[in-house]
Design a protein around this ligand. Structure first.
Ligand code: PLP
Ligand code: COI
Length: 340
């Protein structure tokens, strides 16, 4: 039985579900892990996560498909990326096979919260890990907690398919040899002031530049970016300080192998914005959110696709990707993992 929730009016927010998964790392080992009902965590005041932000996270979704199965999308890639984040933050990696098992277990336990097929909502899954014991000097913790909770969510940007406006901020998101390529909590702390400021000025999000030269497009605070050029190529920025989005990697594959389009991953200079026909943000939360306009200080770049609806190729990419996720279109081998 599904929970009594108005699925179609959900935004992207936290709703407490009944169960979460917890495993603790003590004495050099991850314990066997368990499901718990308690959503609150009690920590020492000097826990490494509280003082020095030693934490990383992941995000993926569970979907109900057209024929009533519950599935998730490429969890192996989230498990791998979480290992990379853990290594960069000097945390003990959580084993990939255990990550996938834990995701399946938590979703099964919260199955009544998986939004129904066709509602436009999904069950967001949030794995995360943090240094839990007290430290004073700047050094990694030696005890950690790995957790996964879930929350039913609707669209990340209000208005769903309505194109949004980005601005090029004077703030940076990631340093050239920093942590931009992993999912460290600190990257998001760094972006909070910039997003609050962007919203105050009437923009939906920030389009960050590379902080080394401030000439090239990187990504937004919570999503990668794809462009469609006037000759219908799907182009995405190449940089070692952006997060390797699973959605973006999947979309590039879809563009080439399902839609027969040419794709490119390369450095994209800010001046090239004017040569692009379409632009969209991609990520687990954002799915594929069309961008209608970018404001770079006193200059406005309006994409030919306009502010009313997604561009034609953006729409095709969206339909194909979500079709694969919802079981309407055959998926490449291994992309869809059945949970129930
Ligand atoms: N970039 C950033 C900074 C993100 O936080 C996210 C979200 O996970 C993404 C990109 C998109 O990544 P994915 O498609 O793997 O969700
Ligand atoms: C995601 O897409 O899963 C994200 O993590 C983006 C944002 C909510 C931080």
């Amino acid at each position: 039985m599904k929970k009594d929730i108005d699925w179609t009016s959900l935004g992207f927010g936290y709703i407490k579900t009944d169960y979460r998964y917890v495993s603790n790392f003590v004495n050099g080992n991850w314990d066997e892990g368990k499901i718990t009902e308690t959503e609150n965590i009690t920590l020492n005041e000097s826990a490494c996560v509280l003082q020095y932000a030693q934490t990383g996270f992941e995000g993926l979704k569970a979907y109900e498909t057209a024929n009533g199965r519950i599935v998730c999308f490429r969890p192996d890639l989230n498990a791998q990326r979480m290992v990379e984040s853990a290594k960069r933050l000097e945390m003990p990696p959580f084993p990939e096979d255990r990550f996938i098992d834990a995701v399946k277990t938590v979703v099964k336990k919260n199955i009544e919260y998986v939004p129904p097929y066709g509602s436009g909502a999904t069950l967001y899954i949030r794995p995360f890990m943090f240094g839990s014991n007290p430290v004073m000097g700047v050094k990694p913790a030696n005890e950690y907690q790995f957790r996964i909770f879930t929350s039913p969510v609707g669209p990340y940007f209000k208005g769903g398919a309505k194109p949004i406006t980005l601005r090029i901020p004077d703030f940076d998101r990631a340093a050239p040899r920093g942590t931009g390529h992993v999912k460290a909590g600190l990257n998001y702390a760094m972006s909070l002031h910039a997003i609050v400021d962007a919203h105050k000025q009437g923009y939906n999000e920030n389009m960050y530049l590379d902080s080394g030269t401030r000439t090239k497009i990187e990504e937004t605070g919570g999503a990668n970016i794809i462009f469609v050029s006037k000759d219908n190529k799907v182009i995405t920025p190449k940089s070692n300080s952006i997060l390797p989005s699973i959605t973006r990697r999947s979309l590039m594959y879809v563009a080439e192998n399902y839609l027969g389009l040419k794709t490119e991953q390369r450095e994209i200079y800010k001046e090239e914005l004017e040569d692009m026909k379409e632009c969209a943000l991609c990520g687990t939360a954002a799915v594929l959110s069309p961008v209608g306009k970018v404001v770079d200080h006193d200059k406005e770049i309006k994409f030919p696709s306009g502010m009313e609806k997604p561009g034609e190729i953006t729409q095709k990419l969206y339909d194909t990707l979500t079709g694969i996720q919802m079981g309407k279109i055959e998926a490449p081998e291994g992309w869809i993992v059945e949970i129930a």
